[in-house]
Design a binder for this molecule. Structure first.
Ligand code: FES
Length: 164
């Protein structure tokens, strides 16, 4: 059964108290983030149903939000999710080549995860760092002014980190 630990439940309750009585639905996005990081990096239907039960809203209201935002994963992902921006400014600065390079190097298509479960490639819409294009998001970090060499270095660093 899907359930937060007591610690995570306390955190979820604390988040919900930030919103006025009757407006707890406002806590949906932070709760989805908490659920995603807690339950394996993606939002399975039972996880979304659990979030709906915490907020006392209909599951469909959770599905609508979770499926709208690309930051929420609707299927299992790798340990490292490479979200490469491919909107205009990043595209003009070579994001297509960056994406193609990652696809070739990791032998995956967009949206896929490597066989070893380490990397998922996820094209993303503008991540608000256009002045540093091309860029990608890796968890809480932005990797900016990307080049093929920087991508290679990043992948090698992540592979090494995964071994430790
Ligand atoms: S277009 Fe890529 S960060 Fe804005």
């Amino acid at each position: 059964m899907i359930q937060f630990s007591q610690e995570k439940l306390d955190k979820a309750n604390e988040i919900m108290t930030r919103y006025p009585e009757g407006k707890q639905k406002g806590a949906l996005i932070p709760l989805l983030h908490l659920a995603q990081e807690t339950f394996g990096g993606w939002l399975d239907v039972p996880v979304m149903d659990y979030v709906a039960s915490l907020l006392q809203i209909n599951p469909i209201e959770v599905y609508e939000v979770a499926t709208f935002y690309t930051m929420f994963n609707m299927k299992p992902v790798g340990k490292y999710v490479l979200e490469v921006c491919h909107t205009g400014p990043c595209m003009l600065r070579g994001s297509d080549q960056i994406i193609d390079h990652i696809k070739n190097k990791l032998e995956i298509k967009e949206g896929e995860t490597t066989a070893d479960g380490l990397f998922t490639l996820k094209p993303a819409e503008c991540l608000g760092a256009c002045g540093y294009a091309p860029m990608l998001q890796l968890g809480k970090f932005y990797k900016e002014n990307l080049t093929i060499e920087k991508v290679d270095q990043l992948i090698e660093e992540l592979k090494a980190a995964a071994k430790n």
